[in-house]
Design a binder for this molecule. Sequence first.
Ligand code: ACO
Length: 401
Amino acid sequence: AIDIEKLRGATGAITLDPGYKNSGSCKSEITFLDGEEGILRYRGYSIEDLADKADFLEVAYLLIFGELPNQAQLDKFENDIRKHTLVNEEMKSILEGFPKTAHPMGVLSSLTSALTAFNPKSVNVENEKEMYDAVCKTMGKFLVIATWTYRRRMGFPLNYYDNTKGYVENFMRLMFEIPTQPYKMDQKIVDALDKLFILHADHEQNCSTSTVRIVGSSHAGLFASISAGVSALWGPLHGGANQAVLEMLEEINNNGGDVAKYVLKAKDKDDPFRLMGFGHRVYKNFDPRATIIKKAADDVLDALGVDDPLLDIAKQLEKVALEDEYFKSRNLYPNVDFYSGIIYRAMGIPVEMFTVLFAIGRLPGWIAQWKEMRTNKEPIGRPRQVYTGSPSRSFKEVNQR
Ligand code: ACO
């Protein structure tokens, strides 16, 4: 008879699920996602309602602390974030060490990790107050260093947070205001960006969020965990898709706008090309965020008086792909990244910053998930494997190999 206890001691029962397509890694109260029905809710509130009625910091509070804030709670949260927007001057020398051509996501990941050195208290979060401080510090400093990656690239002097302005408005100022040219804030841009940040704020156990949770599960600090999340987000199969989409649309446009040719190319299994911004691991019907963003793209471009040929290309591409048997049979639909880049472009955001914007939007989700994982005292994340390598063999001295 098989000795089950002995087997358990050796390997236990291992489920092999590459890419974790069907494995839950945790219980979570934060985000509900139904991929068949195209439903996304943060803490029970529909993404449609939140994008329409809330602002980004309200949503951040909701995700991180579990409830929508009342006015006093919201004011305090905003104020506490403001208190933490100064970044240690020595961080500048790290920033200056990067070549100007460095991709902002790489710089952002490094600077986020470097914050640990200047804020050692954020590493060991032992009680609720320390948790709250770490949350506000991350929300404050991350926004500033995110924009510094762009300032460095452009050779602009670094900007500091303006306490009289809101969080999203500050993002635009931090990016674009230069001493010789006062920056004219456009409320339409601020509102649209606020909505985009909300749509990106959390998406349960996606690649970057799982990374944040697993790094944090070793009790690494919040900055180190978020830094790992930034790296995971950077890849073109995840958040990096927003940059890749725009580059693809530009390429199609520059090559005469023949969308059918690119749809054909994406279907060719010998060609590594994929339609960027199409498909999703969980959504198999439609991505509710894409529906909101598609409408926002029309509204924002209209409001700003921008006529972008790339929006027409994107719409044609979507139409041709959605009528195509290959895309239909595989349930491939536009995802959140498909139209977001067109809006960023209309706002004057450079393409290499698109994924950084995604990271700013996703930050509250990463923080909320990290906090939940620590509060629930989850065990260290440590997947198993099925070994397929060589059986046991004897060592050979180097002259006998
Ligand atoms: N273009 C062409 N074919 C595609 C695409 C695409 N964009 N996406 C999936 N497929 C095909 C695959 O080749 C595969 O075909 P097969 O069954 O004949 O082998 C089938 O559809 C299933 O695709 P998988 O790669 O197995 O699906 P998975 O869930 O692992 O990947 C992913 C999901 C990574 C999003 C994928 O659809 C993709 O690469 N999309 C393009 C990149 C992108 O837009 N990423 C952003 C995702 S949203 C986000 O992270 C914020």
